[in-house]
Design a binder for this molecule. Structure first.
Ligand SMILES: NC(=O)c1ccc[n+]([C@@H]2O[C@H](COP(=O)([O-])OP(=O)(O)OC[C@H]3O[C@@H](n4cnc5c(N)ncnc54)[C@H](OP(=O)(O)O)[C@@H]3O)[C@@H](O)[C@H]2O)c1
Length: 299
């Protein structure tokens, strides 16, 4: 087994490992073991969020692995109803994770929800104000990089054109898989020097991608699993891919991506998948504010 050691360069000069372990929807009690197994298997990148309620377990998994903290890229996220409390939010996450810093701190959604009432948005505060506060964290040493998540083009344009925006986000973490490849948003990010990090890269729980004939045949011809092909496709697109698993064998297989690649033709074939099998895992209907505006492209 050969864990992929590839990284992608961010606009800050830092290198984000191309494969990370996702932790959303991992049940309590499973996360610590998954993180430990991943780090022992050669992962150097863990993705969590305050909203997942598992930061403490992630911290425990890191400790249990014995891998030194400085060898690990750790991402966590500011939750929606903490937008007016950025300084307090990062301190809470760092305490949960039992670490002095995170490598990447993301605004989880461009949605500033009222503290204690997540059915309402503030009328005197939005994500531009939140970003202004997040920028202050960089000088504290508590965060190495700051970025956003679930931002489409329209909201990014608003953020980047704001007078208070001095730092271009290093990363936009968005849903990216062959059923939702978002080519316009991805091209926009490239043009602004913002790295795209792919969440739900396998299509999430009960993924419809695993049974697609075109993908199973391709995987078979390469002697790989469909999941490996999906992840390799994302890495070759220039994204970091954040696959979640709590199953040790799958965790190991999902980073076994070194020493082989997809050809340009194979990439182009996977690029076609969304034409027949378009789907999105994370919408905005659970939020009191609309954040996705357009034609299946998350913007
Ligand atoms: N920023 C955001 O708003 C946001 C939103 C969604 C997700 N995320 C991040 O992205 C991560 C990944 O997204 P996701 O959790 O939605 O889905 P995903 O990684 O696309 O898929 C996870 C599912 O695939 C299964 N799986 C993993 N490897 C497999 C393999 N080799 N063979 C068969 N099944 C396999 C997992 O099962 P088992 O675990 O049972 O093995 C799980 O059911 C999240 O965990 C989170 O860290 C961020």
């Amino acid at each position: 087994m050969a864990p992929l050691s590839k990284t992608h360069k961010l606009n800050t000069g830092d290198e984000i490992p191309a494969v990370g372990l996702g932790t959303w929807q991992s049940k309590p009690g499973q996360v610590e073991k998954a993180v430990e197994a991943a780090l022992r298997a050669g992962y150097t990148h863990i993705d969590t969020a305050y909203a997942y309620g598992n930061e403490k377990e992630v911290g425990q998994g890191i400790k249990a692995s014995g891998v030194p903290r400085e060898k690990i890229w750790l991402t966590t996220k500011l939750d929606n109803d903490w937008h007016k409390h950025v300084a307090e939010a990062i301190d809470t996450s760092l305490k949960n994770l039992d670490t002095p810093y995170v490598d990447l701190y993301l605004m989880h959604w461009p949605a500033s929800l009222v503290k204690g009432n997540t059915k309402e948005v503030y009328n005197d505060w939005d994500f531009v104000d939140t970003w202004r506060e997040m920028q202050k964290l960089v000088d504290t040493g508590k965060v190495k990089n700051i970025g956003v998540s679930n931002f489409g083009v329209k909201n990014l344009e608003k953020l980047l054109s704001a007078e208070s925006t001095k730092i271009v986000p290093a990363v936009n973490q968005i849903e990216l898989h062959p059923g939702n490849p978002s080519p316009h948003l991805v091209e926009y990010l490239r043009s602004k020097g913002i790295h795209a990090s792919a969440y739900s890269p396998l299509g999430s729980s009960d993924s419809p991608l695993y049974k697609l004939n075109s993908l199973t045949k391709l995987a078979e011809s390469k002697g790989k699993t469909v999941q490996q092909v999906l992840l390799r496709w994302g890495v070759q697109k220039g994204w970091s891919v954040l696959s979640k698993s709590v199953t040790e064998e799958r965790i190991k297989a999902n980073i076994d991506l070194e020493g082989w690649s997809l050809t340009d033709e194979e990439i182009a074939q996977i690029d076609e998948v969304h034409k027949e099998n378009s789907f999105k895992v994370c919408g905005d209907d659970w939020l009191p504010v609309k954040i996705f505006f357009g034609a299946g492209d998350s913007d």
